[in-house]
Design a protein around this ligand. Structure first.
Ligand code: FE2
Length: 243
């Protein structure tokens, strides 16, 4: 049985709200499982672009992005989301790379020498601090993910913390897996392998902060992101982790 292989059209800017776009990228394999990919682009008030979890670059995408503004900040938001970072660094040599804790170490363990300008933290001075909230979700030694909230558009930007896999985007055998794992659409959820690495006493209050930001929409890297009723959708996905 065939399935969609992603959120077509791929590798193109899709306007979500003023100064905010997503790019749906190609499928990437993670431990043998196919995952669709997604980047988020925020244009800061000074016109500079913040690119979260960059996906595959194509010539056409480069020219689309160049029309938006100057690519200035490349974000590798968690320890396993850096696959296309080098491609972007080479194409936009003036951009700064801000990476989650653990990214350079993990890349090195795979034989990749990643250059980073800064390591993301919950409390740090950033060029976007007036426009976005930021937190490295605490409680896991392994999965350290930086999350962002773009205040002007009330958009929460996550990476892997929530996945919402639609059945027709994956092979049949994986549909069953995603259902069992509680990460299938329309509710989605936090992948259980990732949840297991967290100390819940630290995780729960952090997730409550995300809910309290009251997002209108929630973007994440894998599956159908929550386009409306963001806060309610977030709470549904985080069931049992937030009241
Ligand atoms: Fe991921």
């Amino acid at each position: 049985m065939t399935h969609r292989t992603g959120y077509h059209p791929l590798n193109t800017l899709k306007l979500v709200a003023q100064d905010l776009w997503v790019i749906d990228g190609p499928v990437i394999k993670f431990y043998g499982l196919p995952f669709t990919t997604r980047a988020t682009v925020v244009r800061l008030r000074n016109g500079r672009l913040f690119v979260h979890s960059p996906t595959k670059l194509t010539e056409d995408l480069v020219s689309q992005i160049a029309r938006l503004g100057e690519v200035r900040y490349l974000i590798a938001p968690n320890w396993v989301h850096y696959a296309y970072l080098q491609e972007w660094q080479q194409t936009f040599p003036d951009a700064e790379s801000w990476v989650a804790p653990g990214v350079t170490k993990r890349a090195k363990s795979r034989g990749i020498w990643l250059e980073a300008d800064a390591v993301l933290a919950s409390k740090q001075s950033t060029p976007w601090q007036d426009e976005m909230h930021q937190m490295v979700v605490p409680g896991s030694k392994l999965h350290r993910e930086a999350v962002f909230f773009h205040k002007a558009t009330r958009t929460l930007i996550l990476t892997d913390l929530i996945q919402n896999i639609e059945g027709d985007t994956v092979p049949v055998w994986m549909r069953i897996l995603t259902r069992v794992a509680g990460i299938s659409a329309p509710r989605g959820g936090m992948p259980p392998d990732l949840k297991l690495t967290f100390d819940k006493a630290q995780l729960r209050p952090a997730l409550q902060v995300l809910v309290d930001w009251a997002p209108e929409r929630v973007i994440f890297s894998h599956g159908a992101w929550f386009q409306e009723d963001g806060t309610a959708a977030l709470k549904r996905a985080l069931r049992r982790l937030v009241p």
